[in-house]
Design a protein around this ligand. Sequence first.
Ligand SMILES: [Zn+2]
Length: 229
Amino acid sequence: MDACPLAQRLDRPRQNALRELVCVFLARKRFHALAGAELTPLHQTLIAMQASLPAMRQGPRALRGWREILVYPGEFKVRRSHHDDHSGVVTEGDEALIGEAWERGPLVLSLADVQLDLEQPWDGFNVVVHEIAHKLDMLDGSPDGVPLLPPHIQRRQWIVAFQRAFDHLSNDVARGRDTLIDSYAAESADEFFAVVSELHWSQPSVLRRADAAVAELLTAYYGPSPAPH
Ligand SMILES: [Zn+2]
C-alpha cells in the first residue's frame, strides 16, 4: 500500500476491501510485457491497485469480461484509420498513446506513465484510472460516458449533469478558453467520463470547482476520493 499514494490514504476498511480486490485482479488478469518493458511483480501489484480503486464500490464483477494487460515501456504507436462519413475519405496515421482500453479486449499501458502517476499522484492525471473508467463504461456495451449505475444513482440525473458539463467544456474549448478540465475531455462523452474520473481520484478540488454536480455524482459512484484537500 505504501508505494501507491492513492491507496495509502484510504481508511482501513477501504484498504481491506482494496486488498481483496487486488488479489482477485492478480489471479484473474494476465500481464504481458511488450517491447522490452521491464515489468516487475511490484509494478504489476501497483497497476492492479490503481485498476481496482475505481471498482471498489462495485466489487470484482466490475472488472469482468477481459483478461489481458499489455505493458509497453513508454508511449506506443498505433495505426488508426478514420472514416469521414461526409467526404467518404479514410485517413490513416500513427498516433502515440499512453493507454488504451479495448471493448472486451486488453488494457494497454505505458509503464513510464504509470510510474509518473505514482510519483505525481495529485496532478489530476492517472492513466490506469482513465483506462479502467473506459472498461466500466463498456460493461453495458459501447462506451457512451454512462457506466452501469448502482441503484442509488439515477441514470437520468447522471445524463443531464454530464451532458451539461460536456457541452460547457466543449463550448469553452471551441472558443479557445482555458479550462479546468483537460480539453481532451471535449473529444467525446466517453473521454469526458474517463478524464473527470482521473480528476476525482487525483485532483477532486479542481473537479468540484469545474462542475460540482459531476463531482458529486462521481463521489456517489466511486466513493470519496483519497486525495488531500
Ligand atoms: Zn480515453
